[in-house]
Design a binder for this molecule. Structure first.
Ligand SMILES: NC(=O)c1ccc[n+]([C@@H]2O[C@H](COP(=O)([O-])OP(=O)(O)OC[C@H]3O[C@@H](n4cnc5c(N)ncnc54)[C@H](O)[C@@H]3O)[C@@H](O)[C@H]2O)c1
Length: 355
């Protein structure tokens, strides 16, 4: 595909940040429309960005001047909306969580293949410069093999956050702190340390009067034999996110910024002078691209231009949904769950319907 991508952003909560990010890529994309079922939100965003205000996905898909539809709507709408966009012949970007079951994500992968268009799920935290450097050290063999990973996701969400009616309910949010808030941190964990082999989760609801969990503690065995822990809460007075990776040749610890910890600064400590020299050599010419949504959208535009895979694929979203499925099964049944989950496992159809 050549030329600038013409983009419509649908759903104008976090979608406002998507619109701003697309606007930062004038060489790659043109924001042509914003859309929300709330007319006041659509009108305000349209005025801000000087683009068309549309009232629903139907109005977006009726136009013939849109290449990419960027879905930032509540999670329970993603499945149907992604299908509608692909069927209309547009590429689609979709906020996390992509969908609420392995069956749904596999079906979407088939719809994507049949459409000849690309579906890119969002995992914008992958592109933080600190995390990108650690990823490069792991992929180039400099980090060595993994020992342990520890992750803290300590955020604060109270009644005002749950005033939005879709939040806090299994049917519409599809999950709690694990799915809605710690999903990025889990993706960062597996992006660096590799896939999970065996998962154990304890969850509870202690912070807010909601259906879904708002505290969780995980114990994971990864496919390479290393171990990982993650604790997540929405009841922390002081908000932090922190990752700490311990490899044979180095340890790497993120900064504790709750919503930017994949960016710099990270502390990378070599295990020896030789490791220090190898790290310096590996990072000397390492080129950094933009971070966050801008970084993910730029890579996406370049992938469409070059005919390559998007920077986050449906397979990546599948891996995160498979891990989430295992965690909810583990929490409910009080047992270790081994991955991969077979397609004849009842949980393949989703953790919400299996309650
Ligand atoms: N990647 C991240 O860091 C990140 C951060 C926040 C939210 N999210 C995800 O983004 C999605 C939206 O979350 P949010 O916090 O922005 O929610 P929100 O409720 O603040 O905003 C959603 C918007 O979608 C609109 N909407 C609802 N149904 C619609 C429809 N059929 N057509 C068009 N617009 C519709 C609503 O009016 C609302 O303005 C969720 O999946 C959430 O998990 C991701």
């Amino acid at each position: 595909m050549s030329g600038r991508l013409r983009v419509a952003v649908v759903g104008l909560g976090i979608g406002q940040l998507h619109a701003r990010a697309w606007r930062k890529l004038p060489e790659h994309a043109e924001l042509v429309a914003v859309c929300d079922v709330d007319p006041a939100k659509a009108a305000a965003a349209a005025e801000r960005w000087e683009v068309a205000a549309l009232a629903g996905l139907g109005e977006v898909l009726a136009r013939d001047d849109i290449d990419v539809v960027d879905l930032c709507t509540p999670p329970s709408l993603h499945d149907e909306q992604v299908r509608a966009v692909l069927a209309a012949g547009c590429h689609v970007v979709c906020e996390k969580p992509l969908v609420g079951s392995l069956a749904a994500v596999d079906s979407l992968a088939e719809a994507e293949a049949a459409s000849g268009r690309q579906l890119m799920p969002i995992f914008q935290y992958r592109f933080g410069h600190g995390l990108q450097k650690v990823k490069h050290l792991v992929d180039s063999g400099v980090a060595g093999s993994g020992h342990t990973t520890s992750v803290d996701v300590a955020w604060r969400r109270r009644a005002d956050y749950y005033a939005e009616p879709w939040r806090g309910l299994w049917a519409t949010e599809l999950g709690g702190v694990l799915l809605s808030h710690a999903l990025h941190a889990l993706d960062m964990l597996t992006y660096i340390a590799g896939p999970v082999h065996r998962a154990f989760a304890r969850t509870t609801t202690r912070v807010n009067p909601i259906e879904v969990e708002d505290c969780a503690a995980l114990s994971l065995e990864l496919a390479d034999g290393s171990l990982a822990t993650l604790s997540a809460t929405l009841g922390s007075s002081d908000e932090i996110t922190r990752h700490r990776f311990c490899f044979t040749e180095l340890s790497a610890e993120s900064n504790p910024s709750a919503y930017a910890n994949s960016g710099e600064p990270w502390t990378i400590t070599p295990d020896s002078p030789e490791a220090e020299a190898r790290i310096a050599e590996a990072l000397a010419d390492f080129a950094l691209l933009p971070e966050g949504y801008v970084g993910q959208f730029q890579r996406f535009a370049e992938a469409l231009r070059d005919g390559t895979d998007p920077p986050v694929t449906v397979a990546d979203a599948r891996n995160s949904i498979e891990l989430i499925t295992a965690l909810y099964v583990s929490a409910r049944e009080g047992r270790d769950v081994v991955l991969p989950l077979p397609t004849d496992d009842p949980a393949y159809q989703g953790w919400v319907t299996s309650t």
